[in-house]
Design a protein around this ligand. Sequence first.
Ligand code: RIB
Length: 309
Amino acid sequence: MSKREILVVGSINVDLLLFQERLPLRGETLVAEGMREEFGGKGANQAVQAARLDQSVIFLGAVGKDERGRASRKNLEANRIECHLQEVDTPTGLGVVSILDNGEVHATILRGANGDVTPEWIRDNANLFERAGVVILQNEIPAEANEEAIRLARAAGARIIYNAAPARAVSPSLAQQCDYFIVNEEEAMFFLGERLTTRADIEDAIPRLHEYCARLVVTLGAEGSLLATESGTHYIAAVPVRALDTTGAGDAYVGAFASSLLDGVSEVQAASIAAKVAGLATTGVGAQTSMPTSEDITNDSVRAEAQDS
Ligand code: RIB
């Protein structure tokens, strides 16, 4: 029987969302219009999305011995996620997200406990990789921990989805060991060292991005996404919604893509489902708040409501 669990190895943050008209100028102090504290972290967000789509999800990472760490663990467990969290002396990871009146989102993270995820901790949990059909990774834990996770995932025969976000140097030979390399347009520019301004630019750059992986996804925000595999490049349109906050939309995409692959649908179908899920995930404030369930994505009224609201 094929393995049915998703293992997310990655980060947990608590996000402080600041609602502000614009970014401050140099030397300026700007007064925010409001603030919310929400659960976040790319790894945790991806795990929550996959769990909301009825997958059995395991999470491997680290939190601090603090209130935010305890609350984050409870949140994952409330989402039916099996947690393997190392408790470290460093405070739990933090995200500071500015949501501007024009809809732009600017995020800064403090790695905190996520920076303490070690290759040893990953190795201590090697048994989890044996249970996984898909392993998901991002770039908010140290590179050496990701390297160890890739080694164990390959040895266990799991498919690997590497969401190389935020951008940092990644060796192409490591990325090539993964089944899917998922980046947004900013990250694509980082990896290529090129300025890409239009979708056509990105499509033209796909052959160069294949240096990292045979199968790529480039998410383009409200413009949709590109899936590039051995069978060619496919454009997947975004689902039109009235977005309130795009924080975590990319994570919703990754969680849904992993979930659909595990369900055995084609890559193009998986990317289409992921696009719909990511769209719905922007209709509420906070990364995880509006991540849809499988019922939501098959329910036309929810979709229509999202479009009309
Ligand atoms: O992708 C969105 C996430 O990035 C936020 O939740 C923030 O914590 C950062 O990790």
